[in-house]
Design a protein. Sequence first.
Length: 37
Amino acid sequence: DLYNTPTFYINGQQVVGERPFEYFKKIIDEQLIKTRR
């Protein structure tokens, strides 16, 4: 769904709408943990 702005994709996970930095940090940290396994 690219009709909402902003739309971000983090390792295939769609993040829609304006989000605070902490929200992105949590998702990125979780993805980093998954890739390091």
